[in-house]
Design a protein around this ligand. Structure first.
Ligand SMILES: [Ca+2]
Ligand SMILES: [Ca+2]
Length: 102
């Protein structure tokens, strides 16, 4: 019983830090995310619009470009559906993506 009392707070701390690790980016991830976001944000207003994603995809994919795929990607990033992707929205999805890749 005494042991359990000792372990319980430790388990709590461990599970909390695991949750944080999934949401917060590491320093390395932050750098990648920052770079990609800046790359996507063509007009530098701090949010990424559907038009900006389409423009980048067109450039990157050339003939393989499909507007519906860009729209799909955009909608996945735009979590609150306000028509633009904020840095926070982008970061959340990217961290999840980068963590999954490992
Ligand atoms: Ca923009
Ligand atoms: Ca949004």
């Amino acid at each position: 019983m005494k042991l359990l009392k000792l372990i319980a707070p430790l388990v709590l701390v461990l599970s909390v830090s695991t949750i944080n690790a999934q949401v917060e980016a590491t320093e390395e991830q932050s750098k990648i995310i920052e770079k990609r976001f800046k790359h996507l944000d063509g007009n530098g207003d701090g949010t990424v619009s559907l038009e900006e994603i389409i423009a980048k995809d067109k450039k990157q994919l050339g003939e393989k470009f499909e507007e519906k795929k860009s729209k799909y990607k955009f909608n996945k990033f735009d979590a609150n559906k306000d028509g633009s992707v904020s840095k926070e929205e982008f970061s959340t999805k990217m961290v999840a993506f980068l963590n999954k890749k490992k």
